[in-house]
Design a binder for this molecule. Structure first.
Ligand code: SF4
Ligand code: SF4
Length: 87
């Protein structure tokens, strides 16, 4: 399984989740780094690297992170959106 970052991250991107991930599998888009304009930007979890530890989930101030099997209906597409970032 994996954890998935959903729509609430867009425009927030405070990177609190990145700080706690033990395997460093949460990444922004290429060329974006903390402090840059976050409009339209979100972070992504690499589904092949995520070890399902859940450490990131409670750190997110906007509740954007869900276990793959708990992604809300309206954000289902984000599972693929996260995976596509790492193709
Ligand atoms: S569940 Fe754990 S391993 Fe997966 S992205 Fe979150 S902190 Fe990283
Ligand atoms: S903690 Fe939440 S809002 Fe901040 S970068 Fe991670 S997923 Fe996005």
């Amino acid at each position: 399984m994996t954890y998935v970052i959903c729509e609430p991250c867009v425009g927030v991107c405070d990177t609190a989740c990145v700080e706690v991930c033990p395997v460093d599998c949460i990444h922004p888009p290429e060329g974006w780094s903390k402090g840059d304009d976050a409009a339209g930007v979100q972070l992504y979890i690499d589904p092949d690297e995520c070890i399902d530890c859940s450490a990131c989930e409670p750190e997110c101030p906007v509740e954007a992170i869900f276990a793959e099997d708990e992604v809300p209906e309206q954000w289902q597409k984000y599972t693929q959106i996260n995976a596509d970032r790492f193709k």
